[in-house]
Design a protein around this ligand. Structure first.
Ligand code: SAH
Length: 439
């Protein structure tokens, strides 16, 4: 989501005459877009922020803007006291405060034919929201497109509702327009984003839903693939599963966090389902799409999680055999229900042990699953060049590397897999196949 916000802001800034520069130390304007979902992410943002302090002291004319979840919807006054050298604070997805600041200070090249700076600014950025910044035009094969903003679920561990505000869906017209523009600028795959994306459209009066949106997006000319994340088990309808199964351009790849494999822990997290209910959702997905890539998120070491409860999660991972697990060690987040009322009582060393145990299991599971792909020919959308090899992804979101002298960026090619690893595959393109390269 931050990546999409940064992209929007970059193209708006370009319209105002700004250009990207390699080093923040020499920039006229630095925007730091922040994530605070875990303490680790917050620490990274804080350290970047403090490294900008020196630059600002040397060059006071530099503008520093802080954006994203660190600012959230109501942290700005506190942050302003803490970081007086920051000029502008922007909540997630809101570029207005910076644009207004630049207009106020006259810090962009205004078209003099307008009677006010304000009008010149609006005119200049009018069309920019849906375009890629020039550095990415023709370069980005994939793009993220937020379609549900905010979240109203309030899982006890999660800071997102406090920082991104209440859940709201974006109008379908805006989404179609944005994806159409991205496709015109060379993007071949979009990832639709939402905290609970399978709730898309439920806040509209009509019968809009994610399944319908996915069908409309998949029909956009030039686009080869559509993905979506993150789904919540309670909203995964058969209609959605059916549309994913029946629409070729929608990848058979579903990210559906379980977070824990024990009912007591799920209850403490207020996830709103039991392990058995989760199991049945995965069964419904796999019955309709036997080869679907089902991914999940798991938090280890949540407040009060016992060794036995963790082992329930471990055994669930053995049972479900997810195609990918994003594992996180529980991290206390300010103002969440857990931070206010539950002790963070699993020691750091124990959290790390549980993380590693689960990670080793998943390496083993993926090593085995991927070895089954040896010798197979798989369709790869080529994203970019990486150390002399092409890098792309399969519809199931597996990373594939291969060598080929042709310029294949943005193309779909058939690759025969000749080597497999838990987290990537390598292979060869099939030269003899006339149909192998499709524009
Ligand atoms: N809305 C999605 C994803 C939210 S954020 C969902 O909850 O299903 C992405 C992931 O970060 C979460 O799935 C969770 O695994 C992790 N996460 C969120 N808050 C966390 C915290 N306080 N500590 C550790 N991991 C956390």
């Amino acid at each position: 989501m931050n990546e999409a916000d940064s992209r929007h802001l970059s193209s708006q800034l370009e319209a105002l005459g700004y250009n990207p520069i390699a080093s923040a130390d020499e920039a006229d304007l630095v925007v730091l877009n922040t994530c605070v979902v875990r303490q680790q992410a917050e620490n990274k943002a804080l350290s970047r922020l403090s490294s900008l302090k020196g630059a600002k002291e040397k060059r006071p004319e530099m503008t520093i803007a802080l954006m994203g979840c660190m600012v959230g919807i109501r942290e700005a006054p506190r942050l302003k006291r803490q970081f007086p050298y920051v000029d502008v604070f922007m909540p997630p997805s809101e570029t207005e405060p910076l644009l207004d600041y630049l207009a106020e200070k006259g810090l962009y090249e205004a078209d003099r034919s307008f009677d006010t700076r304000e009008k010149a600014l609006r005119e200049a950025i009018q069309d920019e929201e849906f375009t890629l910044p020039s550095s990415l035009r023709g370069q980005s094969v994939t793009a993220n497109v937020p379609v549900v903003l905010g979240c109203s679920h309030a899982c006890t561990f999660c800071v997102i509702p406090y920082r991104r505000g209440a859940e709201r869906s974006k109008p379908p017209g805006d989404i179609i327009e944005e994806v159409t523009r991205l496709a015109d600028q060379g993007v071949r795959e979009v990832m639709l984003l939402g905290q609970i994306i399978d709730r898309y459209g439920l806040d509209f009066e009509d019968d809009s839903d994610l399944a319908g949106l996915l069908q409309r997006v998949a029909a956009i000319p030039g686009l080869a693939r559509v993905r979506f994340l993150t789904s919540h088990p309670n909203w995964m309808t058969d209609r959605l599963i059916g549309v994913v199964a029946d629409t070729e351009k929608i990848c058979p790849h579903i990210e559906i966090p379980v977070q824990a494999g024990n009912d007591k822990v799920l209850e403490a997290m207020r996830r709103g389902y039991t392990v058995d209910e989760y199991r049945r959702v995965v069964e419904r997905i796999r019955r309709r799409m036997p080869d679907a890539a089902v991914h999940t998120d798991i938090i280890v070491g949540f407040c009060g999680e016992t060794e036995d409860q963790f082992m329930d999660t471990y055994r669930l991972a053995e049972e479900i055999q997810w195609e990918k697990i994003h594992i996180a060690k529980y991290s206390v987040r300010p103002k969440t229900i857990a931070a206010r009322s539950m002790p963070d009582d699993v020691p750091a060393g124990e959290k790390e042990r549980r993380r590693k145990m689960l990670d080793d299991l998943q390496t083993q599971i993926l090593g085995k699953k991927n070895s089954d792909l040896l010798g197979q020919e798989i369709e790869v959308l080529v994203e970019n060049e990486h150390k002399g090899r092409w890098r792309g992804r399969t519809p199931h979101n597996k990373l594939v590397y291969f060598r080929d002298d042709r310029d294949l960026q943005g193309r779909i090619v058939d690759v025969r897999i000749d080597e497999t690893h838990p987290y990537s595959l390598t292979g060869e393109t099939q030269y003899d196949k006339a149909h192998a390269v499709t524009p």
